[in-house]
Design a protein around this ligand. Structure first.
Ligand SMILES: Cc1ncc(COP(=O)(O)O)c(C=O)c1O
Length: 512
């Protein structure tokens, strides 16, 4: 069984390579067919070509029709091809006519793209660059590795319209944790069947929110304590319940198991109480912590879930849903398990602990996986203190010991903040990779330019608003830009308007 599964994974790996490869000729084909209008010509002269995404998808459909439907073989590969085809058919219907998405032909660098928009925006406001193509690509990748695990995208990660619509059209559902998250989904996807595609995945629910979810016909939620069961008996007695389990998540960027989750003893008590209250427990859920860098965490959690499925039987509960939560990386990084490694561990553990799972629906709540690498952020230097050493006059000994500010050559103040899109610097200790672009024609700084020890501060009055302490940067000026990569997860959703600063400008692109 295990070997079979590994073979399947290997095939999927090969498919994944192939799918990425397939994008290329598809885009070339599309390019030949794109009509030229004035807006396109204008954008072309700036290095980017404007196309209507609707048009683009229609051509994509033609391509897939020709390529896959006419080719009638029934190999595994072809089945996956058809899945991809269906993905594209769905995409055709997604986009409203009015939103501009810039088509970025293959080979254009992130810096080129940033440079284009810096020239276009014409102000010193910060902005996001959102690669819309990232969402269907990630979805397809998910389906390659986890053909049978349904996505319930975690709304808290980023509630971007495109992201939500794409997930919905591709057949995914949503993990909503509040009235407002559900309202956002409903506003964008008014026809969504909440009974099948929404999970109220918060173990601690305000009564008013329970009522709203119930009104909208949501039928699935999670619980990790007896008081919540008693609340549900009173306010949502017919809901289907998953028991949220504790996990070994200490190695994750942010762990949840101190705050949420039942151990075996508590889970047993929950079954007993649910029986008494006539409540319907249908499965279990876990979350290995967001930013999970330990593939054993999934293995342990699935082993624990297996025990819970066994215990359930003792109390005549027949569990049919297994929710494996989030924790998947948004992009691969050195020295950390990649998405494909985690997927492999999960598939192996599922085979080991749930070998007969035909009657179990497996779902997941990925957030970071979809959002992180879809957005870059461009901020600009609004003020600076060059030759910082000239200003040093520390009065307190403590301050002097605390910081090696003696060594800092330059200080920069940018227009994006740790109270805004960059709060993960505080919460997750994130170090973003940065590229500098000069004001003049947004030129890149030369590779061999001398670098100086620098501090980058956010724009607010708060001295804790530190974007980077002691980073090596070339000599920069007011009006130069910093490009931050992979700022899509837990950025805009955590940002606040402290001191009146907040990034609201978005440019959308579709990358080949
Ligand atoms: C219940 C729940 N599900 C899913 C997620 C998404 O996690 P991730 O972004 O790691 O995929 C979170 C994150 O906080 C969560 O609390």
């Amino acid at each position: 069984m295990l070997k079979l599964q590994l073979d399947k994974l290997l095939l999927m790996n090969r498919m994944q390579d192939r799918l990425q490869f397939e994008y290329q000729p598809m885009q070339e084909y599309i390019e030949q067919l794109i009509s030229t209008d004035n807006k396109e010509k204008e954008a072309k002269s700036n290095g980017l070509r404007y196309v209507s995404h609707r048009y683009q998808f229609e051509k994509a459909i033609e391509y897939f029709e020709k390529k896959f439907i006419e080719d009638g073989t029934t190999s595994d590969e072809n089945i996956l091809n058809k899945k991809q085809f269906q993905v594209d058919v769905q995409l055709k219907k997604i986009f409203p006519d009015h939103t501009d998405v810039y088509h970025v032909p293959h080979g254009q660098s992130d810096q080129d793209i940033a440079r284009h928009f810096i020239n276009e925006i014409g102000t010193d406001d910060p902005f996001y660059i959102v690669d819309v193509s990232h969402y269907p690509k990630q979805y397809m990748k998910w389906k390659c590795y986890f053909p049978d695990i349904q996505v319930f995208y975690a709304m808290k990660t980023n509630d971007n319209d495109f992201l939500i619509k794409i997930i919905e059209r591709l057949g995914g559902g949503f993990d909503c944790a509040s009235i407002n998250e559900l309202k956002t989904v409903l506003a964008l996807c008014p026809d969504i069947d909440c009974s099948k595609r929404i999970i109220y995945a918060h173990p601690c629910k305000p009564i008013s929110h329970i009522k709203y979810f119930q009104e909208k016909n949501v039928q699935l939620t999670v619980v990790d304590n007896e008081d919540e069961l008693i609340k549900l008996e009173k306010h949502w007695p017919n809901v289907q319940i998953l028991i949220r389990l504790k996990t070994k998540d200490s190695k994750s960027l942010i762990s949840f198991s101190d705050k949420f989750g039942a151990n075996e003893h508590i889970a047993t008590r929950l079954f007993q109480l649910a029986k008494k209250l006539n409540l319907n427990i249908v499965g279990c859920a876990f979350h290995v912590g967001t930013g999970c860098y330990d593939d054993n965490a999934f293995q342990h959690a699935l082993q624990f879930a297996q025990q819970i499925f066994h215990i359930a039987k003792k109390y005549q509960f027949h569990l049919t849903i297994l929710d494996i939560g989030g924790g998947f990386p948004g992009f691969d990084e050195d020295h950390r398990p990649s998405f494909s490694q985690l997927a492999q561990t999960i598939q192996q553990s599922l085979d080991e602990y749930f070998p007969q799972r035909e009657n179990i629906q497996i779902i997941a709540e990925p957030g970071r996986y979809f959002a992180a690498a879809s957005m870059d952020l461009v901020a600009s230097i609004i003020a600076c203190r060059s030759n910082n050493k000239d200003y040093l006059n520390f009065s307190s000994k403590e301050e002097k010991e605390n910081v090696d500010k003696d060594l800092i050559d330059n200080i920069y103040y940018i227009n994006e903040s740790t109270y805004g899109s960059l709060s993960n610097i505080l919460y997750e200790n994130t170090t973003y990779s940065i590229t500098c672009l000069r004001k003049e024609h947004s030129q890149l700084v030369e590779h061999d330019e001398t670098k100086y020890k620098s501090i980058v501060y956010g724009p607010t009055c708060d001295s804790l608003d530190i974007v980077s302490l002691g980073v090596d940067l070339p000599l920069l000026n007011i009006g130069d830009h910093l490009l931050f990569y992979h700022v899509g997860a837990y950025s805009s959703s955590l940002s606040m308007k402290f001191n009146g600063f907040q990034t609201t400008k978005y440019y959308y692109i579709w990358k080949d």
